[in-house]
Design a protein around this ligand. Structure first.
Ligand code: GLN
Length: 255
């Protein structure tokens, strides 16, 4: 049997790259390699071709308002349509902060400029007065996948955003805020999830301290790649990851 393999398209790795969010890719790669799964990462920049079948995971990091402005128009056009088709076909997306904002209907940034989004998430984002900064703890439900039962997980991360994101009534959030601000500091929701597409404000980067989420993304990507798990992924030693998460949760509670 050929070795299992997943492909990650890292969108705008040159522009949406603040807060060490590329560390999320390193975690996906590392957790794949530890299980003998090949993981290919391809940067997709402005103007580069991207078709729905090209990747199993589409990744977008966070950005400054001015960098987001450069990619927004492309995302709102054909690129967004390709991402929507990818998700409709069971493809996986992880979008952090600025990337998350642009997968909604758009972001009115701190200068008042409206940056159009893809509309994948039924959400609008408007920059408010003052930034929402601090440690976050979430209660999150991840749906069942082949080889992975539905799970309820604690997620932790660090947020720093001017944008306030409002979800439509039917839009599923990523999780419920236990400590921190989340989407807007008032609704009690953080992030958004549509199928296997996740948008979140959590930096850190997110995945090193949240290995269950990383493995859920890998399992979903394998399924999309036509190699669904018939048993759970091999257990890894996550003692350091769990200790880091407990520390971050402690900080979120103390903030
Ligand atoms: N520029 C956006 C905001 O301030 C996103 C920030 C980020 O990606 N960290 O809301």
């Amino acid at each position: 049997m050929s070795r299992p393999r997943i492909r990650i398209a890292h969108l705008y790795d040159d522009l949406l790259n603040i807060y060490a969010d590329r560390g999320n890719i390193a975690v996906l790669r590392g957790r794949c390699h530890a299980r003998g799964i090949e993981c290919e990462v391809r940067p997709v920049r402005l103007g580069d071709p991207f078709q729905p079948g090209d990747a199993d995971i589409v990744y977008l990091g966070g950005g400054q308002d001015r960098d987001q402005r450069q990619v927004a128009l492309e995302l709102a056009g054909e690129r967004g349509a390709a991402i929507a088709a990818h998700v409709a076909a069971g493809g996986v997306v992880l979008a952090v902060c600025g990337g998350y904002q642009l997968l909604g209907r758009g972001y009115t940034d701190a200068s008042g400029t409206h940056q159009p989004g893809t509309g994948l998430f039924a959400a609008d984002t408007v920059a408010g007065h003052g930034r929402l900064i601090g440690n976050v703890e979430l209660d999150c439900h991840l749906p069942e996948l082949p080889g992975v039962p539905a799970t309820r997980v604690q997620l932790v991360g660090f947020e720093n955003h001017a944008g306030r994101t409002t979800l439509d009534a039917g839009q599923e959030p990523l999780g419920r805020v236990v400590h921190g601000f989340g989407n807007d500091g008032t609704s009690g929701w953080e992030g958004a999830r549509t199928g296997r597409a996740i948008g979140t404000y959590l930096h850190g980067p997110l995945l090193p301290r949240n290995p269950e989420l990383a493995d859920w993304l890998v399992a979903a990507a394998l399924d999309h790649a036509g190699q669904p798990l018939d048993e759970p992924l091999a257990v890894l030693d996550d003692a350091l990851e769990v200790a880091a998460r407990e520390r971050a949760a402690g900080r979120a509670r103390a903030d």
